[in-house]
Design a protein around this ligand. Structure first.
Ligand SMILES: Cc1cc2nc3c(=O)[nH]c(=O)nc-3n(C[C@H](O)[C@H](O)[C@H](O)COP(=O)(O)O)c2cc1C
Length: 172
């Protein structure tokens, strides 16, 4: 993630890194309070900071390990909570309004233990579709495979590709 942000910064972007381990984001409890008026999410937790940051951002890079063939629980909670934002209300929702729709660029980065980068392709394609329904302009799905022995930040072979990825987000 840091290298992707470095690549974007090198092209003049301002970036901010959020770690799911540093924020307290509770799961959506389907209260539908967000759809009752224009109040946004009724859960008052750190997701408020992320809604604010997303409001101002042109792009999002969402990084998650693959757990049980899917995004992590933390990433899924964040994704579910986007439902409360009128900008990301899904296109299939009766509450979707074209006038509210934001069009933010998105790159999703999956890391996985399995060395076969295509192993979870069906899920990655599905996830891409799902974020398109949330109005994101999905620029890329990056899969970093074979993470059994080394953390991504130790994998110097990834640096150039990740920087290029961040750079492309600004240029593309
Ligand atoms: C609970 C759990 C489930 C996992 N499930 C998968 C999986 O289904 N497929 C896979 O390739 N790797 C799986 N892994 C390995 C993680 O994807 C891998 O450890 C992670 O991408 C490493 O990134 P990190 O150093 O940022 O945690 C799993 C790991 C954990 C802890």
């Amino acid at each position: 993630m840091n290298k992707i942000l470095e690549g974007a910064e090198a092209r003049g972007a301002e970036t901010k890194l959020w770690n799911f381990s540093d924020v307290d984001i509770k799961p959506c409890n389907s209260c539908w309070g967000c759809k009752n008026g224009e109040h946004g999410c009724v859960i008052k937790d750190d997701m408020r900071k992320l809604y604010d940051a997303l409001d101002k951002a042109d792009a999002l890079v969402l990084g998650t390990p693959v757990y049980m063939g899917q995004m992590s629980a933390q990433a899924k909670i964040f994704t579910d909570r986007l439902f409360a934002s009128s900008q990301f209300s899904p296109r299939f929702s009766p509450y979707f309004k074209e006038t509210n729709a934001a069009r933010k660029k998105l790159i999703i980065v999956f890391t996985q233990g399995n060395p076969d980068a295509g192993k979870f392709q069906v899920y990655f394609d599905y996830t891409k579709d799902m974020f398109q329904f949330l109005n994101f302009d999905v620029k890329d799905i990056v899969v970093v495979a074979g993470m059994r022995n080394e953390a991504a930040r130790e994998r110097k072979d990834l640096d150039a590709a990740m920087k290029a990825c961040g750079s492309s987000l600004v240029l593309g």
